[in-house]
Write a protein that binds this ligand. Structure first.
Ligand code: CTP
Ligand code: MG
Length: 335
């Protein structure tokens, strides 16, 4: 079913600009949410510094990468200089401290793939996950946020795609579908590939920002204010882009051979990455390279069954964008 690429988009596509922008705007968090997040961070910093004065707290994930919709959970990373800090021990102690300060639903998940403490702050109503020494996530959060500053169509597209994925039940890594982070990478890749490009490849440019985390060099051009007009030669509307995004994943992507890579700003081959066969639980049925941890395929959670579910959903969305009289409703119908 690959390559039966649709060439012509419906001719009334721009009729959908206003309704898509309305959906985007309804999802933007109100200013007061930022204030509440800051208030919670202050409280956490106070509690943490008493026990671990050397630890630092960073926000990451959707509350810091600018792709968070209203009422998202807050992701916090607690960073220690010591890379070998005993995570379960710290998390159990942290849970104890949080409980005695009356934070609610406190739970230490010490055996998860990414061990965390969960909590709910009754003063702000915010739910929060705290992990330890996941500094790569803090750095990739900055990369995503910097991409979002270059062209507003990225943030619009991500909000619409995330809203679609949540409505359709394909944003559940434990069920073999994709994380929000994976969808953001898919959107960045897609806008890098438009002709003319709407986004540059920041990791392919002069390095103005560089850090080394867990032996991985993370470097890219982060002076994005200088790039604010980058995408303006491309005049595609958000409606055309949503159409083309689903058309790409439904009919144009070569799932058998290709890896999408925002690091290189292009497609690379599975063969070049040795991602052609199953190794352990990594099946590589849809390949999305992490920009810094390049051995990490964000599609590794996808299995034989869920790849079918995902591709059917992309095809459904493409079909709706092409033919449905009311895509802004049908697209987001609960599954
Ligand atoms: N992350 C990562 N590697 C993954 C998954 C996530 O590094 N395989 C990091 C990224 O920094 C990402 C953050 O964890 O921004 C949170 O991931 P996720 O929950 O998928 O995305 P959010 O942006 O927080 O989306 P949501 O609004 O759905 O919570
Ligand atoms: Mg999150």
């Amino acid at each position: 079913r690959n390559f039966k690429s649709r060439t012509a988009c419906r001719n009334d596509i721009n009729r959908l600009i206003a309704p898509f922008l309305a959906i985007y705007e309804s999802l933007i968090p109100p200013e007061e949410e930022k204030g509440k997040q800051k208030q919670l961070m202050k409280l956490l910093e106070k509690l943490v510094s008493k026990e671990w004065p050397e630890a630092r707290l960073y926000l990451y994930g959707s509350c810091a990468n600018s792709f968070g919709v209203s009422k998202s959970d807050v992701d916090v990373c607690m960073a220690f200089e010591d890379p070998d800090v005993n995570k379960p021990e710290v998390l159990l102690k942290l849970a104890e401290i949080l409980e005695s300060d009356n934070l609610q639903n406190v739970q230490a998940l010490t055996r998860a793939r990414v061990p965390i403490v969960k909590l709910m702050d009754p003063a702000t109503g915010i739910s929060c996950d705290i992990c330890i020494n996941n500094v790569l996530a803090v750095v990739n959060t900055k990369l995503l946020r910097d991409y979002a500053k270059i062209d507003v169509r990225l943030r619009q597209l991500v909000f619409i795609v995330k809203h679609w994925a949540k409505s359709r039940g394909v944003n559940e890594t434990y069920q073999g579908t994709l994380s929000s982070y994976a969808y953001v990478l898919m959107c960045i890749h897609f806008l890098q590939q438009r002709q003319p490009a709407i986004l540059p490849c920041l990791q392919g440019m002069e390095r103005t920002y560089a850090v080394t985390v867990d032996d991985i060099e993370c470097a890219y051009f982060d002076q994005v204010d200088e790039l604010s007009g980058f995408g303006s030669r491309n005049r595609e509307s958000i409606a055309q882009l949503v159409w083309a995004f689903f058309n790409y994943w439904a009919y144009c992507h070569d799932y058998t051979n290709n890896v999408i890579s925002i690091r290189t700003g292009s497609i690379i081959s599975k063969r070049a990455k040795d991602w052609t066969r199953r190794v352990g639980n990594d099946r590589h049925l849809i390949c999305i390279e992490d920009p810094f941890e390049t051995s990490h395929d964000l599609g590794r959670v996808v299995d034989r069954n869920s790849i079918g579910v995902l591709r059917e959903e992309f095809e459904r969305a493409a079909e709706i964008m092409q033919n449905d009289p009311n895509p802004c409703v049908t697209l987001f119908e609960p599954y």
